[in-house]
Write a protein that binds this ligand. Structure first.
Ligand SMILES: Cc1ncc(COP(=O)(O)O)c(C=O)c1O
Length: 405
């Protein structure tokens, strides 16, 4: 009998999983796989962290849904307070939603309302989501947009620097856009992922992000950091912007925030949030109590002493292992990234697919690709990954490289 499920989802594997623990998932026939997909960079605390599970279970007995327009529940303020503590200076107030796309689109709505300007600048290779506005802002692959025209107007695309040497040229291109296509008086926001996610795990060079911040300040443009994928410790700092010492006006958060329970957030200054007209944005499920409980427990785990040290140690272990393997393999042209958000770029996308398949079948390691050309293997293990698990994944990768060269 055929499946009643939609076929629209692309599949990374055809595994049927029945449970997960830490960095591992178990399939219906009892096989175990090392999950370096982390459910697309989501399971920050690993699968089913006991503290997150307990918080969800406890909250489920009190309230499953306490709708934020109808009444308030205590975890809303508790989570906003906690986020205010861990987000960069100037991010003080929070709006809650359910997904990354919803939060990114909401951030653009906030910028439009508070500036009275219509347009947004994004960068080549970016991924911001699957809604119409966020599709219009997504340029990492045509497959995310094809067949959906017309997309909302008012989105302008500037180049993303491949390396630090391109920073000044790319900043000039943004300045040129502001002169040639979208005047500052019409530009509400510049939206950037500090490290490109779907676009190939490519960190923005430091001078580039700093230059963008300066352009935003000069013209009163809202500087939005889409930290949906980079946030909550993924890059070895709580937020990737900390590597750059820049201060975004708006911080968009999702994925790692709830360890897998759907919750996202928009953070902004008191001033910006106060100028967002009451009732002009909202949503039925945003601020869901179980989501808030999962997020609070997740943040407790991420802020435990030494947690980020593990991310950085494991990141160094992984990156140096990958560099070592790349030295012996002419097909790998670059290894880069912050913390546990590392990309291995190949000269041939077919090789990426072959390596991925070998890792899955022979090594029982689940990996995903990224990049406009599918030429990047992306490394995004759970942040609780152990030294031994990184070693296992590197061994599987090394064997796959040998068998596919
Ligand atoms: C940087 C970034 N922004 C936004 C999104 C969209 O998030 P969601 O899939 O939760 O809508 C993603 C998802 O991969 C992302 O990586």
């Amino acid at each position: 009998m055929g499946s009643h499920l939609s076929d629209v989802w692309f599949q990374v594997t055809d595994l049927q999983v029945t449970s997960g623990k830490g960095s591992w998932v178990t399939t219906s026939d009892g096989a175990e796989y090392l999950d370096f997909s982390s459910g697309i960079a989501v399971t920050s605390t690993g699968h089913c962290h006991p503290k997150v599970v307990a918080a969800i279970q406890e909250q489920a007995t009190k309230f499953i849904h306490a709708q934020v327009n109808c009444y308030r529940h205590p975890l809303l303020d508790a989570l906003a307070d906690r986020l205010a503590e861990i987000t960069p200076d100037g991010i003080d107030r929070f709006f809650f939603a359910n997904s990354g796309a919803e939060a990114t689109e909401g951030a653009v709505k906030l910028a439009k309302q508070t500036t009275g300007r219509p347009n947004t600048i994004v960068f080549q290779g970016s991924f911001h989501g699957r809604t119409h506005q966020t599709m219009a802002m997504t340029t990492s692959k045509t497959s995310y947009r094809a067949g959906y025209a017309p997309l909302p107007a008012g989105v302008f695309v500037a180049p993303f620097p491949a390396d630090a040497a391109q920073s000044e040229w790319c900043l000039d291109q943004v300045r040129f856009l502001l002169k040639s296509q979208t005047a500052p008086s019409e530009t509400a926001a510049i939206v950037i992922e500090p490290e490109l996610g779907e676009g190939g795990y490519l960190p923005a060079p430091v001078p580039f992000l700093r230059g963008l911040e300066a352009i935003c300040r000069e013209h009163g443009i809202v500087f939005i950091a889409d930290e949906v994928q980079t946030g909550f410790g993924r890059t070895g700092r709580m937020f990737a912007v900390e590597h750059y010492a820049v201060r975004p006006d708006v911080l968009v958060m999702a994925k790692g925030l709830g360890s897998g329970f759907p919750i996202s957030a928009i953070g902004a200054s008191d001033d910006l949030m106060a100028r967002w007209p009451k009732g002009s944005h909202g949503g039925t499920y945003g601020g869901n109590p179980i989501g808030c409980a999962a997020a609070l427990a997740t943040i407790d785990v991420l802020t435990e002493p030494g947690f980020l040290d593990n991310v950085n140690d494991r990141g160094r272990q992984l990156q140096s292992g990958l560099v070592e393997l790349a030295r012996e393999d002419g097909g790998i042209v670059d290894v880069r990234g912050w913390g546990l958000m590392i990309g291995s770029q190949f000269d041939d996308p077919a090789r990426v697919a072959a390596v991925q398949a070998h890792c899955l079948e022979e090594g029982h390691v689940i990996l995903m690709n990224a990049g406009t050309n599918n030429d990047v293997l992306r490394w995004m293990p759970p942040l609780v990954v152990t030294e031994a698990e990184i070693a296992t994944a590197l061994a599987a990768f090394g064997a796959a490289l040998k068998s596919t060269s």
